[in-house]
Design a protein around this ligand. Sequence first.
Ligand code: R5P
Length: 293
Amino acid sequence: MVVVATPFSCGLAARVARRLGEELLLLERRVFPDGELCVRIPSRVSGTAVIVGSLYPPQERRLLELLLGIEALRGAGASEVVAVVPYLAYARQDKRFREGEPVSVKIVLKSIEAAGACALVTVDVHNPKSLDEWLAIPHVNIVPYKAFAEYVKGLGLSSLAVLAPDKGALHRAEGVARLVGAEFDYVEKRRDRVTGEVTALPKELEVEGRDVVIVDDIISTGGTIALAAKCALEAGAKSVYAACTHALLVEGALDRIYAAGVSDAAATDTVPSPISKISVAEELAEALLKLGL
Ligand code: R5P
């Protein structure tokens, strides 16, 4: 097996290759004067190739590098190509929210399969059902409960509560809470029908005097975490920490989170960022071994 890193996913690809004890190849990339991309596998390959390409912004470029890389690997001799896509972009558009809109995740998944991938491994995809719905190839979605739990344990907090910022994210908070032996809940948003003001409160859990860790899949603008943090602090939490899988961190996101009272924020390394200090390399390597390719 050989692990191939697309140019902007080298760090995580190297960590995965190291854990597998496999060779790492770097995909070469160049841009033609008209802006078109080209990639190149620097040597012939044989057997299974694993290509690691995270689709963080600019998503369209990252997607094309991945698709071209898969095709190039087939041409360079790989018998099969496994696509490891740590952050799957466009996953939030998993249905036609408004008439006339596309199911974007369907197109992204089908293009990876059409490029020649024989399997897909991804991390904490927004809606895991999308994978079953739109892929015919084997697929694995890793939710990094274990990695989050290690981070939370390392914080050394005493009276811990794990919160999800909304009901849909409750499984993540629950998975982490069970591993660290803490209680969990989700934040319920309420809109005042007269003033339009949005307030939020933990659904049932009492957080007064407790250290709260909020766990979510994505921090983009930071608005969701900031609102949940503010609500936990207003409800009397002693401190608030935030952890997410994919730190997209649109400009100002970290300021927004820290201004809301978050003491520390951490993310996995599916997307490189100043807070990406939790590695999913071990879980990716395990998933690849389980695929048995
Ligand atoms: C929403 O469905 C997601 O799970 C995240 O909560 C959301 O994408 C976070 O975005 P932001 O940081 O912009 O609030």
